[in-house]
Design a binder for this molecule. Structure first.
Ligand SMILES: *Cc1c(COP(=O)(O)O)cnc(C)c1O
Length: 393
C-alpha cells in the first residue's frame, strides 16, 4: 500500500512544478520518500548539500549550537560568525565578510557595495557589466543583473544599470565600458545556463581590463564556491584575484547561509548601509564552520576531484555510446549535452528509477553529487543513467 501525502498540497504557492512525492529523510547521497523509497540524489538541493544529506559534522554543530545560542541579532558579535569569517578570510584573497541567508541576498550586497565604492571613489559610477545567460538570484536587482531570457520584462521596470556582455567575448565587454561603469560581475561557471565555464584567458583579460579602467571584478561563486569545482573557490584555478566574491549554496551544507567577501580596498560600507535580521546568526554560521573545516581537511578536496573525474569518464562513455554531446564543467559541477530537448523526459524517467537528476536547460543534464560521494555511488548512478537512456531509445 502506498502512503498518500497526508496533507493538502494546495496551501503552497505553485511557483515550480513538483512531482507527487514528499521526501522525509536523507542520508549522504540518498533520499527517502514517504513510502520509504530510496533515491540516489545527484541534485543535492541544487548543489547545496556539499557533504550530502544530514552529514554528522553539520548535525553535531547545529545540535551543540542550538542548545547554546541560536540568535543574538546582527548588532552583537558572536563566536561562530567570527570563526567562520576568519576561516573564509584566511583561505581566500579577501579581507572582510558580510553574512546573509541566501545567494540573492549576498549578490544584492555585492551590487550595493560596488555602487557605494563608485559613489565614494568613482564620481558616482554605478553600472555593473553582467552577462547574457547569467543567473544571480531572484530579488529585483539580482533578476535585473541576471541575463536570463525574458527576465527583462517579467517584473518591469527592471533595476537599471546592468548592461549585458557575452561570456568569453572580451570585445563585447570592452564595448560596454564607459565613465559610469563601476564593476564587472560574472559566475566562473554559468550554472543555470547549463554549466558554461568562463575560459581562463577570458578571466585573465577581465582582471586586466578591471585594473586598466579601475573597475571592480565581482565573482558570483554561489554555485561554484565551497569545493564544488574541485578547489575551495573556483577563482583560484584562474590565477587571478577578484575584488568581491559571493558564496551561498554549499556554505552551510544545507543550512541557509550566504556570504559577501571583499578586499579591504573596496570594503567601504558605512553604518546603516547594509544589514539583515539573520545576518551572521550563530546557528547558521556554526554550520558554515563545520562545512568549511571539513572541506579543508587534508585530502578532502583531492578525493572530491577523483569523484568528479570518475563521473566525467562515465559520462564521456555514455555520450559516446548514445551519440550525445559534450561533457563539460569542473570538479563535481558537470553537464552532459544531449543534442536534443530530452532533458525533462530523462529527468522524469530517472526519478521513476530512483535517480534524481536536473536539466537546467532542456538540452542538457546537470550533475551536482555530494562532494564526498563514494566511487561506488558514482558507478551506481552511471549504471542507472545508462539503463534509463537505453529504455528511452
Ligand atoms: C543559486 C544561485 C544564486 C541564488 O541563490 P539563492 O540562494 O537561490 O538566492 C545566485 N547565483 C548563482 C550563481 C546561483 O547558482
Amino acid at each position: 500500500m502506498k502512503t498518500e501525502l497526508a496533507y493538502t498540497k494546495d496551501c503552497l504557492m505553485e511557483t515550480t512544478p513538483r512531482p507527487d512525492i514528499a521526501f522525509v529523510r536523507g542520508e549522504g547521497s540518498y533520499l527517502f520518500d514517504q513510502n520509504n523509497r530510496r533515491y540516489l540524489d545527484w541534485v543535492q538541493g541544487w548543489a547545496v548539500n556539499c557533504l550530502g544529506h544530514s552529514p554528522d559534522v553539520v548535525v553535531q554543530a547545529l545540535c551543540a549550537q542550538a542548545s547554546k545560542l541560536i540568535n543574538v541579532g546582527p548588532a552583537f558579535y558572536n563566536e561562530p560568525a567570527i570563526e567562520l569569517a576568519s576561516l573564509l578570510i584566511s583561505n581566500s584573497c579577501f579581507d572582510q565578510v558580510f553574512f546573509g541567508s541566501s545567494g540573492a541576498e549576498a549578490n544584492e550586497g555585492a551590487i550595493k557595495l560596488a555602487r557605494k565604492w563608485g559613489q565614494k571613489y568613482k564620481s558616482g559610477a554605478f553600472e555593473i557589466i553582467t552577462f547574457t545567460n547569467s543567473f544571480h538570484g531572484r530579488t529585483l536587482a539580482t533578476m535585473s543583473a541576471s541575463g536570463k531570457a525574458g527576465w527583462d520584462t517579467i517584473f518591469a521596470p527592471q533595476v537599471s544599470g546592468f548592461p549585458k556582455a557575452t561570456l568569453n567575448d572580451i570585445e563585447s565587454v570592452r564595448a560596454l565600458i564607459n565613465n559610469q561603469t563601476v564593476a564587472i560581475m560574472l559566475e566562473p561557471i554559468q550554472g543555470e545556463a547549463g554549466v558554461i565555464p568562463a575560459n581562463p584567458e577570458f578571466f585573465k583579460v577581465l582582471r586586466q581590463i578591471c585594473d586598466d579602467h579601475e573597475l571592480l571584478l565581482i565573482v558570483d561563486e554561489v554555485q561554484t564556491g565551497c569545493g564544488r569545482t574541485g578547489t575551495l573557490f573556483a577563482y583560484e584555478q584562474h590565477g587571478v584575484e577578484p575584488d568581491i566574491m559571493t558564496l551561498g549554496k554549499g556554505l552551510g551544507g544545507g543550512v541557509p547561509i550566504s556570504a559577501l567577501l571583499s578586499k579591504q580596498s573596496c570594503s567601504c560600507f558605512e553604518y546603516g548601509d547594509q544589514g539583515g535580521t539573520f545576518s551572521g546568526n550563530p546557528l547558521a554560521t556554526s554550520a558554515g564552520v563545520a562545512v568549511i573545516r571539513t572541506l579543508l581537511f587534508d585530502g578532502f578536496l583531492e578525493e572530491s576531484r577523483h569523484v568528479g573525474a570518475q563521473l566525467v569518464a562515465g559520462l564521456v562513455a555514455i555520450s559516446k555510446e548514445f551519440n550525445l554531446g559534450e561533457v563539460r564543467g569542473k570538479g563535481a559541477l558537470l553537464a552532459l549535452e544531449l543534442g536534443s530537448n530530452a532533458g525533462p523526459e530523462i529527468v522524469a524517467a530517472a526519478r521513476e528509477r530512483g535517480l534524481l537528476l536536473n536539466a537546467p536547460r532542456s538540452h542538457c543534464l546537470r550533475f551536482m553529487p555530494a562532494l564526498n560521494s563514494t566511487l561506488a555511488e558514482v558507478d551506481e548512478g552511471l549504471i542507472l543513467l545508462r539503463q534509463i537512456l537505453k529504455e528511452l531509445q
